[in-house]
Design a protein around this ligand. Sequence first.
Ligand code: FRU
Length: 478
Amino acid sequence: MNLPTEVRYRPYADWTDEEKAKIEAHIAASPWRANYHIEPKTGLLNDPNGFSYFNGKFQLFYQNWPFGAAHGLKQWVHTESQDLVHFKETGITLQPDHENDSHGAYSGSAYPIDDKLFIFYTGNVRNQDWVRDPRQIGAWMDKKGHIEKFDDILIKQPADVTEHFRDPQIFDYKGQYYAIIGAQSLDKKGFIKLYKALNNDVHSWQEVGNLDFGGTGSEYMIECPNLVFVDGQPVLLYSPQGLDKSELAYDNIYPNTYKICQTFDINRPALVGASQILNLDYGFEAYATQGFNMPDGRAYCVSWIGLPDVDYPTDQYDYQGAMSLVKELSIKDGKLYQYPVSAMTSLRTNQEAFADKSQTDNCYELDLTFAPDQKTELLLFADQKGHGLKLTIDNDKGKVILDRSQAGVQYATEFGTTRECQLNQTLEARIFVDKSIVEIFINKGEKVFTSRVFPQAGQSGLKVLSGQVSGTYYHLKG
Ligand code: FRU
């Protein structure tokens, strides 16, 4: 939603209780609130931040402007979880209340060091002429959730980078802390800078160089780069803006992409043997995915179900955005898989054999099997007229197609109403529906489609239009 700058950058303390109560009342009127996904308590949710394991719990923050469905003065909002399925908002926030983050506590990461969680993020600072000075800054969070910001700027804007320099991700490689940061060169190409912490002191970062990951620079900015190690292989997850479509076909305003690499050479510095650039997700919205490695090597990631510069039907209720399910990453036969954590099954209540249903409460999981070499068409969010979200598994042509043109309130149609990917045979799919969210995991996560659908009254059925499909329907609790 377009709101004037004065509104979006109004100090938090200036919002009156009355105004806040009005915003809360608007949200409460939404028919689309999710049951088991993280959504903003108020306002806009965007990137996942600080995803980590600390103090015996998973930590996950989200970027938020709390006063409406717009990108304003951002803060981090904290949630925690024991099982990566049930997340609880704790009330802890990282607010834009310091001279180094005066115009927003922008995205970043977190890493447990000794008995504290180190938070590494971008302070968005603007001067009176609205010129941006991006500052990479830090904070400690202790086990009680108390956050203490550093006063020093950890990394200043380097001479070869424009104002677009943000989203530090800290990671440990062979006992040494490194960070990668998304950047734009002076000739407006996206790239990634690599830093190391001298003596592992998070107050002293030294530039190692520009990370060579086989990028072409056809994008004008790289947001939210993160490096995770999956089954020992470096995988770079990133969000390039303006990427040339001849390099990678995509329909969303900006894609969320990845490369699987062979090794990480810190001296060059380079991700050696990087694959071609690939789409992390084939749905209508997934962006700014953040991943991290557990001490035992497991790699988890989570995505923002939303996109920059797109208006959503929920804007009228003063909120926007949701967090995806947590996905575990693995590599099989050289391919990256993303699959919901096994504890997701704890949400299942009653189950029944999959069959057409004239209505549901749009809060369920499907575990389906498809016939090889055949085309199957399935409607979710179906109404009595036979309209809905159409999923076509075309094992004859080797394609999966998701068609949103007949489902729910239409929006962002300038980016097209169908999404598809090539896939020789889809034999299985797990589908999670949560009121206005759908996440489809094909062949145990070989391909993923993440999307919003904003159903209107009566759009909650399930219907097989053609082909052969069988499986289980599980009702899910919130
Ligand atoms: C990505 C992004 C980040 C930035 C944050 C601000 O969606 O633009 O690059 O840090 O959002 O909210």
